[in-house]
Design a protein around this ligand. Sequence first.
Ligand code: HEM
Length: 269
Amino acid sequence: MVTLYWFEADRLGARPLIEANHETGLWGIRLLALALAITPFRQIFAQPRIVLLRRMIGVAAFTYLVIHFCFYVADQKYAVGTVASEIARRFYLTIGFATLLVLLSLAVTSTDGMMRRLRRRWQTLHRLVYLAAIVGTVHYFIQVKLNVYEPTWFAGIIGWLLIYRLLAHWFGVQRTSSIWALALLSIGVGILTALGEYGYYAIFTGVRAERVWQANFMLRAGLRPGWIVMAFGITVTILATLWRVVEKWRSDAPTGGVGVVPARRSAGS
Ligand code: HEM
């Protein structure tokens, strides 16, 4: 909501509506990623209760993205005809709009009543959040045109979360959330991100892509997206290791001591 304050205070530069559109788009997609991270983190850190945050974060993401859309409409001077034709004509707006509709269907069915009414179909419907995250990231990617640094590492982190979910589905939570599996996942997705960045520049731009690849091994080129994604995954792996050591220590401590909590492990998805 800081964006709205800055907007009101006339502190968003020469094109405040565009700036506010960008800020709300970024926050919307970040919150969507956070909502997506809840299940992996719940499983990795064996914290079933954090699932209670998911609905709140999901609805907040949707709210930001509705405001993002409203800023776009305002920037088009509320000309509904122009907005509709732009959405139909420009691919990145078409997929942004489709994503917003998907998120709308998830937001209106996010209540307890809808959960009870739809039963098993609720879960199937809410799996669309993965699709929304992927298509939303493509929208983010396309609109930045040439310098895809930020959307690339963002896409890598979304990839890490989605591949974790897939592996947990195929091999089970226990194996996928083991420290070795998490470390391998992080290295693998980091490399895939660097290859994806190389592929993007090789296929879609005139930039010499081999130089982009070489930049991964040059300190002065800064932290490339592949390294950021690997660092994200390795940080999760280290935190999970520390967390498990603490949990084990607490469960091994003599009973009756202050703060002795049994180690928990969630088996659900
Ligand atoms: C009808 C729906 C949508 C419209 C009309 C729309 C429109 C836009 C526009 C006009 C931009 C700026 C493009 C530019 O300056 O060249 C933008 C950027 C962006 N949009 Fe959307 N968008 C929509 C839906 C979404 C959704 C659903 C998401 C996320 C899931 C999203 C995330 C973003 C992000 C992250 C940016 C980049 C912000 C930045 O780089 O600073 N948008 N969108």
